[in-house]
Design a protein around this ligand. Structure first.
Ligand SMILES: [Zn+2]
Length: 399
């Protein structure tokens, strides 16, 4: 047994933990120990022997690594420890080829095969802490460069967007002046409110789509969607009070929403009598199902029907706005459908369009906070002109 000074113990521990993947046979082969010794000694003893040997013969370690490069490869966690680097750094430097991968190995987790890289210990040893610091500094400089370029791009597009907004508002102002000259101050105010109400509706839809994408911010988008629909409905209600609005009612072919759950007995009956589906069965057995205490039949009358509000003035024949409000919401503040004229089709909202109406453009020239400011100003103006300041506003969205 080779003599080992005390201060060498730590180094021995490190060697033992690094080389414990070697088999007894491999250790004996390397140390040139006979087979009989191998069988008598435990692996622990052999490893200790190997450690002492390597401590005493430092240059022998590279021969060991050359002999067993795969057995003595460095795993990802150990590499991070050896280089004092983060996981992200290891991945990046591996991707950049700074630390070559010896091979990929697989392990199974949750029934799936996952791959992880292992590195050649000889190469890892050749990497100094100085190399690591240099790589890290280069990475930081590059990130700063990217951020700078990003800020430059943002500043440029901000300028472009500002110009687009200016052009848009000049165009809108020209239309407002025209409404005032051809029509009146009241018409100009009513049309402005109608315009911003259409934009409010657009923002409501935008937020609804974002909410449906199911991200972490979904609850915020849902709240924004409801807020914008509330604003739009308030505007529609206020517009309805002016002489330039006309309200009608649209009832589609199947206006009711029916919720239907059959009980076991009726479900079996439906199957036995060979109905195509529960709706066909319901059509033929309305009375029985409605009376059955086990079946669930719920009919929401006119659920799919709509109130349809048009805003127009004879003196400005080129301009026309239209809105629809679901019956379930409008019934709280609009007259009963029986008292209104019927329409047979429903137009898209906001038929008053600008030349370059694409949603990306609209998002730039009338962002949400701008829309809110213009909408609020327009609403206040119409309320003032028609003395609606203290008008009670009923519930505007469904609870
Ligand atoms: Zn039933």
């Amino acid at each position: 047994m080779t003599f080992v000074p005390k201060f060498m113990y730590r180094r021995m521990d490190i060697i033992m933990s690094n080389y414990c993947d070697l088999s007894k046979k491999q250790i004996c082969q390397f140390l040139g120990i006979g087979l009989s010794t191998k069988e008598k000694a435990t692996k622990e003893q052999l490893l200790e022997h190997l450690s002492s040997y390597l401590v005493a013969h430092e240059d022998e370690e590279s021969r060991l690594l050359d002999t067993f490069p795969y057995e003595l490869a460095v795993g990802p966690n150990e590499l991070e420890e050896l280089l004092h680097c983060s996981r992200a750094e290891r991945k990046l430097w591996t991707k950049e080829g700074k630390i070559p991968v010896l091979e990929y190995r697989t392990f199974r987790i949750a029934g799936k095969e996952q791959q992880y890289p292992v590195y050649d210990r000889r190469i890892v040893r050749a990497i100094s802490q100085g190399d690591v610091l240099e790589w890290r500094a280069a990475q930081k400089a590059l990130a700063m460069e990217h951020r700078k370029a990003g800020r430059r791009r943002a500043a440029e597009s901000k300028k472009v967007h500002q110009k687009m907004r200016q052009e848009f508002h000049a165009f809108l102002q020209a239309r407002i002046d025209e409404w005032r000259e051809r029509g009146s101050v009241e018409i100009a105010a009513v049309f402005q409110l109608a315009y911003w109400a259409a934009v409010a509706s657009h923002w409501a839809k935008e937020n609804r789509i974002k909410a449906l994408q199911g991200t972490a911010r979904a609850a915020i988008y849902t709240m924004l969607c409801d807020t914008w629909y509330g604003r739009k409905n308030e505007a529609v209600y206020v517009l309805f009070q002016t002489p330039y609005a006309q309200l009608s009612f649209y009832r589609p072919d199947a206006p009711d929403k029916i919720t239907l759950q059959l009980c076991d007995a009726h479900y079996s009956m439906m199957r036995e009598e060979g109905y195509e589906n529960k709706w066909a069965f319901y059509e033929q057995n309305k009375a029985a199902l409605t009376c059955c205490s086990e079946c669930l039949v719920n009919i929401e009358k006119d659920y799919y029907a709509l109130y349809f509000l048009e805003v127009a003035a004879k003196t400005c024949p080129d301009t026309h706005f239209s809105f629809h409000v679901p019956y379930t919401i409008g019934k709280h503040f609009f007259p009963a459908p029986e008292d209104l004229p019927r329409v047979n089709h429903v137009e898209q909202e906001g038929t008053f369009r600008f030349g370059r109406t694409i949603s990306r453009y609209e998002k730039i020239v009338q962002p949400e906070h701008d829309t809110y400011a213009f909408f609020t100003a327009a609403l206040g103006e119409v309320r003032r002109l028609y003395r609606l300041d203290y008008m009670h506003i009923p519930p505007l969205i469904e609870p």
